[in-house]
Design a protein around this ligand. Sequence first.
Ligand SMILES: CCCCCCC[C@@H](O)CC(=O)SCCNC(=O)CCNC(=O)[C@H](O)C(C)(C)COP(=O)(O)OP(=O)(O)OC[C@H]1O[C@@H](n2cnc3c(N)ncnc32)[C@H](O)[C@@H]1OP(=O)(O)O
Length: 505
Amino acid sequence: MDQKLRFDGRVALVTGAGAGLGKAYALLLAERGALVIVNDLGGGKHGDGKSSMAADKVVDEIIKKGGKAVADYNSVVDGEKVVKTALENFGRIDIVINNAGILRDKSFARISDADWDMINSVHLKGAFKITQAAWPHFRKQNYGRVIMTSSCSGLYGNFGQANYSAAKMALIGLSNTLAIEGKKNNIHCNVIVPTAASRLTENILPPDLFAELKPELIAPVVAWLCHEDCGDNGVVIESSAGWAAKFGASVQVSSDLKYLYEGQENFSAFPTFAILPGLMAIMTSEATLDAIPNIKYDLSQILHGEQYLETYRSMPTNGLLTSKFCIADVMDKGKSAVVIYDVYTFDENNNKICYGQTSVFIVNAGGFGGKRSSDKVVPTQNTPERPADSVITQATVKNQAALYRLSGDLNPLHISPEFASMSGYSEPILHGLCSLGFSVRHVLQQYGRNDPKMFKAVKVRFSKPVVPGETLKTEMWQDGNRILFRTSAVETGIFVTSGDYHTSP
Ligand SMILES: CCCCCCC[C@@H](O)CC(=O)SCCNC(=O)CCNC(=O)[C@H](O)C(C)(C)COP(=O)(O)OP(=O)(O)OC[C@H]1O[C@@H](n2cnc3c(N)ncnc32)[C@H](O)[C@@H]1OP(=O)(O)O
């Protein structure tokens, strides 16, 4: 984190700050000048017992290091009392980190009312009470930063945690609405989805993984979300082991608005959108269906196999485009066939906008005695063996393919269960170009300041289908201006896309 990020004069309340993540947040904020309320009831991880020791120890540590902090031992359900500790000691409140949590794990059939109520009370009601108590002060001072703590257990589910999962997901709903209601008073509310070594995960995570997942690696992410310069509001951030990824709809990423809203300054086409006019030209011609002689095949056998795109100038946001294509080569892969198209797209002044190469994979259309490889194909690079330099994870939505159809690719494979079944899939699969959009978005966010002008070229192979609703994880390796990447579906661990990407020099 930037050494200049300071919290001088800000009062931060961290619940459950006696250990683990809460402690790491409290220590970091205090080190950066914040006056911290270290709230901890000092109970066990199932919500039993009470002790002032946990909070006192953290306060001592902060004071020894030259910081300022006071302890608070109230239950988070008594939100007013906790916030009162801040007001009485430091006269104001600026930051609330709702972190306190307990577990009452039981398989769904065995959850008692008490287990359900206790979990909801500490996680959900506690966050509600604390934040509501701070809210009028935030409004009055026109400033506030709130963090809700969700969990992968809420996002994806986890055996034995129905009560906890439900409460953790509910916190995202709470945050989304607070983000909307607080916006006009400069009150931001965001969600952290941490995976860290803590009291709650001690007996759940494998020991070597547990050792890697230091809370200190998540604390800078949370600190940044609490800072006055952070414009994020209503976002959900997953973070663990030193990486952080925004999760959720792209309208929540303020720099994405330029791709979505025609009234936005710098309204731009997303770079990979430039592939579409050429693809539409190919799809509306009969060329693919005539490409392989003496073999019968139809649209249900056709998949987007690979794609290359090289851009020469930005896609205009309106105007007439012309795409010209030719079949560059045809390959016989034995069982299947691959048709390679070269496509050039021009604007209305005949300026060349981009060159694209589309590989169309035709299942069961091989064996016609053609060649297996072609020197016309733009090669796909392998990703390095070393761990990725950065990772971004983002969920697609169940309606992702239905939404992507609005871009013009109306292939029924992506929407019709009957058609998908004819192609051999149990449900419609996502457009290759939609998955590619996710991967390139991740690279552009990570390495190109989300600026479409930073995009030069990309090549990918679609190696396995993506099902709408899956979460896509893009691992990235930097090699100068070239970013190698591969994208997998988190739910299955299967690699769906691999490729490389060039930024503008
Ligand atoms: C009218 C026309 C225009 C249409 C344009 C597109 C319109 C869009 O709406 C369509 C889509 O978006 S479809 C969705 C996106 N694509 C996908 O999901 C495909 C995912 N890929 C796969 O499932 C497999 O790779 C699969 C099934 C493609 C191949 O898997 P296998 O059959 O198991 O192949 P494998 O045994 O691994 O390899 C055989 C040879 O083929 C090469 N190859 C593999 N995957 C390839 C791919 N994706 N693209 C190009 N070549 C590919 C292998 O390298 C191998 O060749 P060789 O032995 O010579 O190396």
